[in-house]
Design a protein around this ligand. Structure first.
Ligand code: ARG
Length: 390
């Protein structure tokens, strides 16, 4: 029998896909990749078996997700179109990697995913697969099956005793992992409609957030967050803690119209409390320790790095090469940043580092001033020479 390893989420699409693939003669191996999404994986495992998967893998990829994907993106200050911390986009190349590993183990020649034909995720997964493995064939059931509507798909599910949890009450599409949640569909499709509160999953409405701010200190070592309020944590623990704290204070929401790789504009909202706090803190620390030229150059490549992630080009030489540069800059990104979380905002209130380039004696306007004011005169003369000439 033809073996296929199917990326499985436990949701309606991939559940129906198991049955649909079986009907087409495939031996289906479901593969659930744990990147920190909530959910009962044991239940999902049973469900996949019941629908007809011959084997189900649940792969805990959280550590790898943080170390090999989230941290490089954080060090790069990668944010797509100024608002999206790339949670979904970052998980796709990792999911593809796990699919390849399971396919090799199972000697499967086919891999499958539940992405639609008009999104970015199909591109990210398939480009990654083609970079990682030779000769694997991809089947994307959702892209090719011919259910006339969502209702028709639900009818199909019901006749085949596939449990359906999607309801009219829950009209949104979610994608969740450690780095954040992406939410689309339903009323959000009108870009002029304010997102209803029930669309948000992990953050408090800023209006209803605590009246008192909370102050936190994040410690970085070589660009990686390793401590909170003086206590050491792994980056994964830290992300979990900051999602809870930031979420409580309504931090990390964004509402955007983004440019998809496949040419359309889409409206999506995001919740990424930890990502938003860590990006703010990391950038602030860089401002303290990196020379102007390095900072400004790094700024130019941040948006490129975000595009690479967004556009599914993770496994390429450009990303690898940028990582080498970025890694070198992070040698001095060690220190602490103090932040104040309050009703949806995350404000920096302090920063310190043993690599700080800030010199109080040079900056001060007090008696302590050590800046050579007389040197300014000559500097201005030369700096302004071309302008005087013109
Ligand atoms: N627009 C985001 C991206 O392309 C997220 C896509 C998935 N969103 C979702 N709600 N299922 O990365």
């Amino acid at each position: 029998m033809k073996k296929i390893v199917l990326a499985y989420s436990g949701g309606l699409d991939t559940s129906v896909a198991i049955r649909w693939l079986k009907e087409r003669g495939f031996d289906v191996i479901a593969c659930l990749v744990d990147v920190g999404q909530k959910g009962d994986f044991q239940k999902a495992k049973k469900k996949a078996r019941k629908i007809g998967a011959s084997n189900v893998y649940v792969v805990d990829a959280k550590g790898e997700f943080v170390n090999d994907f989230i941290l490089p993106a954080l060090k790069a200050n990668a944010v797509y179109e100024d608002k999206y911390f790339l949670a979904t986009a970052l998980s796709r190349p990792l999911i593809a990697k796990v699919l390849v590993e399971v396919a090799r183990k199972e000697k499967a020649k086919f891999v499958g995913h539940g992405c639609t034909g008009k999104g970015n995720d199909q591109v990210r997964i398939e480009v990654s697969l083609s970079a990682l493995a030779k000769g694997l064939k991809v089947i994307a059931p959702v892209r090719v099956w011919d259910f006339a509507s969502r209702e028709a798909q639900i009818r199909y599910a019901k006749t085949h005793k596939i449990p359906v949890t999607a309801t009219k009450k829950n009209p949104y599409s979610f994608d969740e992992n450690l780095w954040g949640i992406s939410i689309e569909c339903g009323v959000l499709e009108n870009p002029n409609t304010e997102p209803p509160e029930d669309a948000y999953q992990i953050s408090t409405d800023p209006q209803k957030a605590p009246k008192k701010p909370v102050y936190i200190t994040i410690d970085f070592e070589k660009g990686e967050p390793h401590g909170l309020n003086g206590k050491r944590f792994t980056p994964t623990e830290l992300i979990n803690k900051l999602n809870a704290m930031g979420g409580l204070h309504g931090v990390g929401r964004s509402d955007m119209v983004e440019n998809r790789l496949v040419g359309i504009k889409s409206r999506e909202i995001y919740e990424a409390p930890a990502a938003s706090i860590l990006h703010t803190a990391h950038k602030e620390l860089e401002a303290l320790v990196l020379e102007k030229e390095v900072l400004h150059f790094k700024d130019m490549i941040s948006s490129k790095y975000a595009e690479i992630i967004y556009n599914g080009l993770w496994y390429g030489r450009l990303r690898e090469s940028l990582d080498k540069f970025i890694e070198n800059t992070q040698k001095v990104v060690t220190g602490s940043v103090r932040l104040k979380l309050y009703k949806g905002t995350c404000a920096v209130v302090g920063r310190r580092s043993k690599f700080s380039l800030y010199n109080e004696k040079l900056a001060t306007y007090s008696q302590e001033d050590s800046f050579d004011h007389t040197a300014a005169e000559g500097f201005i003369k030369i700096w302004g020479l071309p302008y005087k000439k013109r």
